[in-house]
Design a protein around this ligand. Structure first.
Ligand code: AMP
Length: 245
């Protein structure tokens, strides 16, 4: 479900294993990378609201919809897109939320209002969240990650100038595509995004902790190590859950 289309990855995985997740954390903490790795391992449908907006930008969709045009302007400045616009995009993809393989929401919800709306959408779809994976890292480290991030224009693979440099500067290891810096990863936009995160998104950790769904994961390691921590947390949650006969 990255971009406008569903990316289901049906594979045999243990029956009953939790598979309906929200990925929470500051921009740049590595949620997108973890979502891709979880998608490959568990086969859950992956939805990134940020990817939907980026796809709209490159596909020319913005030319047809004033709401999307306005949303892309918010995004360019590093600000959050209004709740109504984002919720409508997710609601259009309710079918993906009902995927039998489950789903991964990356970058949504980002406000308490969106979280409430998500609860209603899921209620109407007859499903519920299994866990909220909360990736945690001090903000100064997050800012350093964002500033060094480079994305492939063609296959969207993500690199980092220091932590995960490409073999050849400016060129994607996987497809040879050109690497670019996202407009909202530039210093002025990073500052705005961090403020939006602290003010609007950080309170979601409490929201989900109170509902018994929060799984905190320290995100201060390599993507592979963070993925191992994620799977260990999910397995521990699965083992502790009451079993139905
Ligand atoms: P991301 O790739 O998740 O960091 O999202 C990039 C940008 O898209 C954000 O900085 C926002 O401008 C916009 N965006 C993505 N998801 C949301 C959301 N759930 N609520 C509001 N704005 C969003």
């Amino acid at each position: 479900m990255a971009g406008g289309t569903a990316v289901c990855n049906p594979q045999p995985t243990p029956i009953g294993f939790p598979r309906r997740f929200v990925l929470l954390g500051a921009p740049g903490v590595g949620k997108g990378t973890q979502a891709e790795m979880l998608n490959l391992r568990l086969g859950c449908c992956q939805l990134s609201t940020g990817d939907i907006f980026r796809t709209a930008k490159t596909s020319g969709l913005a030319a047809h919809s004033p709401a999307i045009t306005a949303a892309l302007e918010f995004m360019r400045r590093g600000e959050l897109v209004p709740d109504d616009t984002v919720v409508a995009l997710v609601e259009e993809r309710t079918g993906c939320l009902q995927c039998r393989m489950g789903f991964l929401l990356d970058g949504f919800p980002r406000t308490v209002c969106q979280a409430g709306q998500l609860e209603s959408i899921l209620g109407r779809a007859g499903v519920s969240l299994d866990a909220v994976l909360s990736y945690e890292l001090p903000l100064d480290q997050v800012v350093a990650r964002l500033a060094g991030r480079r994305t492939c224009q063609t296959c969207k693979s993500v690199f980092h100038l220091q932590a995960r440099p490409p073999l050849v500067a400016g060129v994607c290891d996987h497809c040879g595509g050109k690497l670019f810096q996202r407009e909202d990863d530039r210093p002025e936009a990073i500052h705005v995004r961090m403020e939006a995160y602290e003010h609007s998104t950080a309170p979601l950790a409490d929201y989900y902790r109170k509902r018994g769904l929060l799984l905190p994961i320290v995100a201060d390691a390599s993507p592979e190590e963070i993925f191992d921590r994620t799977m260990a947390a999910l397995e521990a949650m699965h083992a502790a859950a009451p079993k139905t006969a």
